[in-house]
Ligand binder design. Sequence first.
Ligand code: C5P
Length: 213
Amino acid sequence: MTTAPFTVAIDGPAAAGKGTVARAVAARFGLAHLDTGLLYRAIGAQMLTGADPIEAAQTLTPDALERDDLRTADVAQAASKVAVIPEVRAALLDFQRAFARRAGGAVLDGRDIGTVICPQAEAKLFVTASAEVRAARRHAELLGRGADADLATVLEDVRARDARDADRATAPMRAADTAHVLDTSEMTVDAAVAAAIAVVAAARSALGLGVER
Ligand code: C5P
């Protein structure tokens, strides 16, 4: 097990596969994993029920991340709205940075991990795919969960969220200069996971860290 900080930053747009890749990398190398989108989703969910987003961010507790309604389309849109507020982002900074540098190493996935939260991350990935492919994946996932979803609406939502995330002034979504870009549009899940693991294994080897299970 790693004792020195070892951070894997995984950024990219919605439904590109970064969550799947992040969980697989964490499991493979025994690293802790934080899905930072959940932080913004928890605040978005509270805003939808009338809370002030800045206050919600400043008083966020771990149990707020356990709510079972954080994966809905409405909460996703609300998350990207609260995510443009600089005070909301500032309130979440220390928690994410401490998680990133924890002993034993960590994988964080989000939009600004390699650029703002942990620019010193030892391995950086930007996982992306075309908007059409991502909408089709999200649509299938929503139907699989029994939700009533229409592909054209999901595509519109994906594009609206991409635009809000990429065009905001504070911590816009973009690939860090040193990130390995992984376009999963035409990749199977297994191939995307294998490619990400190869990137992280190379970074660990370069630092003299173990790559074995
Ligand atoms: O990754 P996920 O789709 O759960 O993220 C929900 C929203 O939270 C994103 O659309 C984005 O606006 C915001 N977010 C962010 N920075 C992060 C993670 C998520 O702005 N690091």
